[in-house]
Design a protein around this ligand. Structure first.
Ligand code: NDP
Length: 497
């Protein structure tokens, strides 16, 4: 018997007015239906937006430290429920348990961090250029925030967005990916338990075309925080621009690891395998390109191939498994189509096929795949595949490595393996990405530093760290004149010069 879940609007769990539902399937075994979810509509989104509007004045007026206490209570509940959430995530999204626990931990970390922001949320207090005048800046909430998230970090990403939005005093309408509505529901259940007042957080499940569009097009939603494909982000950005909305976009990536001839090749192999095949290559920060100095291509390839061959595929719920499934059959087809392209561009070293042995046939499994001899501008080195496919690109030296690394439309994460401090510092300066790792793979961001990408990976906003608050607040500069007379800035204070 499949459980049916509801949406959360104005503090109530409700059905969609459509009367329609959709199923969420376990990607490791499509026979396993995780749950049945409401196919929300424009009208449901409208009700959620109205609820968020009604809740806004009181939530805005609640002192930020008090808002922070509710975030803190949510973080504690997430900790108490970490294992339950992690298992639910492995089942619904497919990532292996260790990574699912990491995903939930990211949600916990950002909740604690933003709970603390309730007592910080610094502005500037600066001297005025005029005597007997006080000058300062404070952050103010913007209003209703529409949050639209992907399936690949189904707990962390919603928390990365909702926690700063809420502590800053905004109310939220949250539309999760249709592949992971169960994870979203579990998070919102805990938010309800934590004590967010009715209407402050609203969950509307349903398609991007229906619910997503309704949120983006609503004149009452003032901010859109979106993570997903670059193409979806562009269309959201165009539509939102008509209403001059603030839009924060976290989009695709084509992240690279550079391996220099002096690198510790065993360490590089560890970092590359973890970044390329962890989460089955479905991280925005996944490494899909390895740019290697020619002199060490052969030994590195040998190590990568030997280790990748041993990776065990299966359900993420099995602790012995290294690589889980792709999210859905469409992803399997997409990865397969890039294998066809890759065969014409490089040399297939490993993998290249769906994995269908035994019970794997019921899931969306694809073998870890490595291509060698890939050129920087080849399609498999340029386009986001979002699967376990790694391209090895040989280069002559550091300068050509930098050119290859930067020659892409994306700019999220990058890494370099080298023992030379000078080369490491050059890389920190030269790599055109929002995140740079030295002697580590391309994944592993921590929640108290800004997270986001350059170029078509985003539009200049950042998640996490203090920077996250910029997406969800307006600055207000305040001047208090206690001189008792009119003082004109830039005019009255010029006389002495
Ligand atoms: P999608 O762009 O397909 O979907 C993301 C979300 O947008 C989903 O909730 C989806 O709903 C919704 N959506 C789809 N179409 C519209 C629309 N027209 N209007 C409004 N909302 C819409 O991305 P994926 O979920 O497949 O996620 C994978 C992508 O996310 C990759 O490109 C990856 O790189 C990127 N990503 C980027 C990160 C970063 O920080 N830079 C982090 C993680 C992922 P529905 O599910 O119902 O279709």
């Amino acid at each position: 018997m499949t459980d049916t879940f509801q949406m959360f609007i104005a503090g109530e769990w409700v059905d969609s007015v459509s009367g329609q539902t959709f199923d969420s399937l376990n990607p490791a075994d499509r026979r396993d239906v995780v749950g049945r979810f409401q196919a929300g509509t424009n009208a449901d989104a409208g009700m959620a937006i109205r609820a968020a509007e009604m809740a806004l004045p009181r939530w805005k007026a609640t002192p930020a430290p008090k808002r922070g206490e509710i975030l803190y209570a949510f973080a504690e509940l997430m900790r108490d429920n970490k294992e339950r959430l992690s298992r639910a995530m492995s089942r619904e999204m497919g990532k292996v348990l260790a990574e699912a626990r990491g995903d939930v931990q990211e949600g916990i970390d950002i909740a604690y961090l933003m709970a603390g922001e309730g007592r910080r949320m610094f502005g500037d207090t600066v001297p005025s250029e005029l005597p007997d005048k006080w000058a300062m800046s404070i952050r103010s909430p913007i209003g209703i925030v529409g949050i639209i998230t992907p399936w690949n970090f189904p707990v962390a990403i919603p928390c990365w967005k909702m926690m700063p939005a809420l502590v800053a005093g905004n109310t939220v309408v949250f539309k999760p990916a249709s592949d992971t509505p169960h994870c979203a529901t579990l998070v919102v259940e805990l938010m309800e338990q934590a004590g967010f007042p009715p209407g402050v957080v609203n969950l509307v499940t349903g398609s991007g075309a229906e619910v997503g569009n309704a949120i983006v097009d609503s004149p009452d939603v003032k901010v859109i925080s979106f993570t997903g494909h670059t193409s979806t982000g562009k269309s959201i950005s165009e539509r939102a621009a008509k209403r001059l909305k603030r839009v924060s976009l976290e989009l695709g990536g084509k992240n690279a690891v550079v391996v220099m001839r002096d690198a510790d090749l065993d360490l590089a192999t560890d970092g590359i395998l973890w970044s390329a095949f962890g989460t089955t290559g479905q991280r925005c920060t996944a490494c899909s390109r390895v740019i290697v100095e020619k002199r060490v291509v052969e030994p590195l390839l040998e190590k990568l191939e030997a280790r990748a061959k041993k990776l065990r595929l299966g359900s993420g719920l099995d602790e012995k498994v290294d690589v889980g499934p792709l999210i859905n059959p469409a992803a399997l087809d997409k990865v397969g189509s890039y294998i066809d392209i890759g065969r014409t561009e490089g040399e297939l070293v490993l993998g290249g096929t769906p994995a269908t042995d035994g019970d794997l046939q019921y899931g969306n499994f694809f073998s870890p795949t490595i291509f060698s001899g890939v050129m920087p501008m080849d399609r498999i080195a340029q386009e986001e595949i979002f699967g376990p496919v790694l391209s090895v690109i040989p280069v002559d030296d550091y300068d050509s490595a930098v050119t290859a690394l930067n020659q892409t439309r994306y700019g999220l994460s990058s890494a370099i393996f080298t023992r030379d401090a000078n080369t490491a510092f050059r890389a920190m300066r030269d790599f055109e990405t929002g995140i740079v790792y030295v002697n580590a793979g391309t994944t592993g961001a921590e929640t108290h530093l800004p997270f986001g990408g350059w170029k078509e990976t985003g539009n200049g906003h950042r998640e996490a760290g203090h920077a996250a608050l910029d997406s969800f607040t307006e600055w207000k500069s305040i001047y208090v004149d206690f001189s008792g007379r009119l003082q004109r800035a830039q005019i009255d204070n010029q006389e002495q010069l």
